[in-house]
Design a protein around this ligand. Structure first.
Ligand code: S3P
Length: 166
């Protein structure tokens, strides 16, 4: 059975897709992102799925997308920021090389605060970020085999740090 070379986890806006593409290029492999897989399978945006069907429906689609990607993809795989909420997904990641790209709340607000396309941050970004980080930090840490802080680093620097951490 094949398995992804590297799985990237971490909060939305931390740069999983940007860093993942850089890593895939450096490693001469492919890049896949479970958010893209859900959007392609559904033919609509993640915001539309949240608004039309609700978060639980999105999580079910995400769970399927993660399972398929882990089974099929051999390159760099980025998971949506909330994928680790699912215990089955966390179990699925055990034994894989999983890198947690971290950032602090100030950095998160700076990077994504005004991005209305992200349904989980629509009301009060700072408060919502603090709650999200508190609820999820330990889940990212639980699945990670390495943690790479991204605060104040460019995507290239983060990719370099990931390669060092492997
Ligand atoms: C989410 C993160 C998003 C996307 C959805 C929910 C989350 O993915 O899956 O908006 O719960 O943190 P990115 O981390 O790729 O932005």
């Amino acid at each position: 059975m094949s398995a992804p070379l590297i799985v990237l986890v971490g909060p939305m806006g931390v740069g999983k897709s940007t860093v993942g593409r850089i890593l895939a290029e450096r490693l001469g492999t492919g890049f896949r992102d479970t958010d893209d897989d859900v959007v392609a399978a559904e033919g609509r945006s993640i915001s539309d799925i949240f608004v039309e069907d609700g978060e639980p429906a999105f999580r079910a689609l995400e769970k399927q997308a993660v399972r398929a990607a882990v089974a099929e993809h051999e390159g760099v795989l980025a998971l949506g920021g909330g994928a680790v909420l699912d215990p089955g997904t966390r179990r699925l990641l055990s034994g894989l090389r999983v890198v947690y790209l971290s950032m602090d709340v100030d950095e998160a607000v700076k990077r994504t605060g005004l991005n209305a396309a992200r349904p989980l941050l629509a009301v009060n970004p700072r408060k919502q970020w603090r709650e999200l980080m508190e609820a999820r930090r330990h889940l990212y840490e639980e699945v990670a085999t390495a943690v790479v802080p991204t605060d104040g680093r460019t995507p290239d620097e983060v990719a370099q740090a990931v390669l060092h951490a492997l």
